[in-house]
Design a protein around this ligand. Sequence first.
Ligand code: NAP
Ligand code: ZN
Ligand code: ZN
Length: 348
Amino acid sequence: MTTTVNAYAAHAADQPLAPTTIERREVGPKDVRIEIEFAGICHSDIHTARGEWGAVTYPIVVGHEIAGVVAEVGPEVTKHAVGDRVGVGCMVDSCRECVNCRRGQEQYCLKGNIQTYNGIGVDGQPTAGGYSQQIVVDEDFVVRIPDGLELHVAAPLLCAGITLYSPLRHWGAGPGTKVAIVGLGGLGHVGVKIAAALGAEVTVLSQSLKKQEDGLRLGAQHYHATSDPDTFTALAGTFDLIVNTVSAAIDLDAYLSLLAVDGALVNVGAPAEPLSVNIFSLIPQRRSFAGSSIGGIAETQEMLDFCAEHGIGAEVEVISAEQVNDAWERVLASDVRYRFVIDAATLA
Ligand code: NAP
Ligand code: ZN
Ligand code: ZN
């Protein structure tokens, strides 16, 4: 039997989110039922619900930064127990058989992983995300939240945290490397903290200097405004790695010019429109332009353990569910300090 729970849903691309109820599947042998305590608001929630990335099945309940407590486990569950503090990110399952799944890179599943929302779940029903009271997920796609991390600051790590941790590790951010983070929003501010904890020399490239004090407090050594054309001449050829978190299209050639020889510009920001690159921004200094998607489940656990060890949580503004539409507008206006997190108790 399914369980009816409260949620907030978008009923169309141009409609505000509104309260509703959804059905959660019965806990299967390997499933975990999670009582959601906090759900982060990711810019991807907005891109998706507003139809910017393609087809959406409405009504849709978004949210893929989920932190909560295990309320029920199926008889074959071994990884989690009732009362455990756990998290769920952007995926709830994958094929588990393809070469990428077998390598622990479920985010790159060749058959397409099952997304936490706007996917089709193992029960054949549309998946629904974290803006709800409960979620039922296979235990293999549920991670442990270490004791040192409070749930409200841990929730955003499930997407923002892993989305920055994975490329920072993959492209070798650490002592002796110069890393720039473009955009000090939800992803960017966690990226600054993680890159600093990895030992890199961190620079924030933001539209203005409005958040400079925060950027330096979060661990950046340098902070520059991209609205100032001098920034691009002063920093030419500087960085080993630039991670671009901006949700809109930027002038890639201008940012590529900031890379040192062999440097990489990695786009995690996911604007809907195509971007263009002048190949002569890459050739002369053997530069790369790449993308990166979240991280695998084992890597997500590693990231949470790393964050707990280094005292890294997101800087959050906890809101009630009824404030979600205002919060979305503030995200769109780059007026978020630095992640909105819905207190799921307000859905009751
Ligand atoms: P966010 O909180 O809105 O942060 C984006 C930041 O980019 C803003 O705070 C702002 O920072 C800057 N920005 C926004 N508009 C800009 C513009 N027109 N020009 C220059 N800078 C601008 O969003 P988020 O939740 O961090 O997500 C960022 C992007 O990453 C979204 O596109 C999201 O869908 C994507 N994403 C991708 C993955 C992945 O796996 N690849 C995972 C999660 C999210 P400043 O004010 O400091 O300039
Ligand atoms: Zn996200
Ligand atoms: Zn697979």
